[in-house]
Design a protein around this ligand. Structure first.
Ligand SMILES: NC(=O)c1ccc[n+]([C@@H]2O[C@H](COP(=O)([O-])OP(=O)(O)OC[C@H]3O[C@@H](n4cnc5c(N)ncnc54)[C@H](OP(=O)(O)O)[C@@H]3O)[C@@H](O)[C@H]2O)c1
Length: 250
């Protein structure tokens, strides 16, 4: 079995940048997402890449993905659990189906993929998992509540896994980006000037994620202002934090 780096959500944004960076450092990369043409184009650009077109928000998809890789003789040595989507709006006004899909992708698929790749990593006493959370993980998000809650889950789960796997040879990190220039805003319906104005570049955020993972940093918050805002949540009463987020124009 050849070791590979699996990047989910590689068809755009952060995922495409993770794939580019991993290919540049010499990894054999697996690109997974739904839009096959995008993945094929990226594979042609970076070389030494495999494409799996898959909807990870559905049923047995994570298991099917890992089985497909095993069938191709590939073993996941690095998992970049990046695929995710957001949805802005008041909870009761948003369709339940879209919110359910978000839970299935951001929470269920991410968790299942980690569980499916860990046995081989534990056997080899080697591997790395980068789970992409968000600065939204640090506080409740009125106006984008389910999305922030999924990212709070990702952060909590990843920190726990990081601790459980200390000394195992397996690195586990949560990457918590702030606003980043990708397709996320358009998909989630977050289009405010503030979001766009303060967006970081996807390549620099992905690079910070890989650097932190290399150091087995439990929580990676790229960018000075994001670090400040993540820390401020510790000092500010939660009720105040809720009011601040509720007052933001998304
Ligand atoms: N951009 C930000 O401001 C920001 C901030 C904090 C955290 N994040 C997190 O960063 C991660 C990457 O997002 P991004 O900003 O790069 O946004 P993006 O450009 O919209 O990329 C999202 C990726 O996820 C894939 N995806 C979506 N639904 C999927 C599904 N059902 N099955 C498989 N793949 C699916 C998309 O590909 P297909 O549509 O081709 O399937 C795409 O490749 C997400 O977890 C997001 O929550 C983003």
């Amino acid at each position: 079995m050849r070791p590979v780096t699996l990047v989910t959500g590689a068809s755009s944004g952060l995922g495409a940048e993770f794939a580019r960076l991993c290919a540049r450092r010499g990894d054999e990369v697996v690109l997974a997402a739904r839009r096959k043409e995008r993945l094929d184009a990226l594979a042609a650009e970076i070389g030494n890449a495999h494409v799996v077109s898959i909807d990870l928000a559905h049923g047995q998809a994570p298991r099917q993905l890992v089985s497909e890789l095993e069938w191709r003789g590939l073993r996941v040595e690095t998992l970049i659990n990046n695929a995710g989507s957001g949805l802005a709006g008041r909870f009761a006004d948003l369709p339940l189906t879209r919110q359910r899909e978000m839970l299935d992708l951001n929470v269920v698929a991410l968790t299942e993929l980690a569980h499916l790749v860990l046995p081989a990593m534990r056997e080899k006493r080697q591997g790395a998992i980068l789970n992409v959370a968000s600065t939204g993980a640090f506080q409740p998000g009125p106006g984008i509540g389910v999305y922030f809650a999924t990212k709070a889950y990702v952060l909590s789960f990843t920190e726990a896994l990081h601790q459980e796997l200390k000394g195992s040879g397996i690195k586990v990190s949560a990457l918590c980006p702030g606003p980043t220039a990708t397709e996320f805003g358009a998909v989630a319906g977050v289009a405010s000037e503030q979001f766009q104005k303060f967006s970081a570049g996807a390549a620099e955020v992905a690079a910070a994620g890989l650097k932190g993972l290399g150091r087995n940093q439990a929580v990676i918050v790229p960018g000075f202002m994001n670090k400040v805002s993540a820390q401020s949540n510790r000092l500010m009463p939660r009720a105040a934090m809720r009011r601040i987020v509720a007052s933001l124009k998304l």
